[in-house]
Design a binder for this molecule. Structure first.
Ligand SMILES: Nc1ncnc2c1ncn2[C@@H]1O[C@H](COP(=O)(O)OP(=O)(O)OP(=O)(O)O)[C@@H](O)[C@H]1O
Ligand SMILES: [Mg+2]
Length: 108
C-alpha cells in the first residue's frame, strides 16, 4: 500500500481545534489517532476539536489526561483520550475498566 503524508499548518489554537473537528467528523468506532509532539505543541487542542467532530458537547472540557491516564467522553462514539507515553505496561493500559470493556467489544 502506498503511504501518503499530508501536512497541515495551523496558526492559532482555534485553527488547531477546527482541524481536529474536521478529522473527528470522519471517525468511526475503533479508529486510533496517535498524536506525537513536544509539550505545548497543541495535542490537547487538536483533541478538543476531534471531540467536537464526534459530537461531544462543547461544554465538556477536554484536558490533558496526564494524571488520570485515560479520559473518556461520550459522543457519537466514545472517545478515549490517553497519554500513551505514560503507559508502562499493558496492565496500565487496561486500568480504565470501561476502556478494557470497549476493547473487548471491538475484538468480539
Ligand atoms: N497552531 C497554534 N498556534 C499557536 N498556538 C497554538 C496553536 N495550537 C495550539 N496553540 C496553543 O498552544 C498551547 C499548548 O497547546 P496544548 O495544551 O494543546 O498542547 P499539548 O501538546 O497538549 O501540551 P502537553 O504536552 O503539555 O499536554 C495552548 O495554549 C494553545 O492555545
Ligand atoms: Mg496536552
Amino acid at each position: 500500500m502506498k503511504e501518503e503524508c499530508v501536512i497541515y499548518h495551523t496558526s492559532s489554537a482555534e485553527e488547531t481545534v477546527d482541524l481536529g473537528r474536521q478529522l473527528g467528523e470522519f471517525l468511526t468506532r475503533g479508529d486510533v489517532i496517535s498524536l506525537a509532539g513536544e509539550l505545548g505543541s497543541g495535542k490537547t487542542w487538536f483533541t478538543k476539536g476531534v471531540g467536537l467532530g464526534l459530537g461531544i458537547a462543547r461544554h465538556m472540557v477536554i484536558t490533558s489526561p496526564s494524571f488520570s491516564l485515560v479520559n473518556e467522553y461520550e459522543g457519537r462514539h466514545t472517545l478515549f483520550h490517553l497519554d500513551a507515553y505514560r503507559l508502562e505496561s499493558l496492565a496500565d493500559f487496561l486500568m480504565g475498566r470501561s476502556l478494557a470493556r470497549n476493547l473487548a467489544r471491538l475484538q468480539a
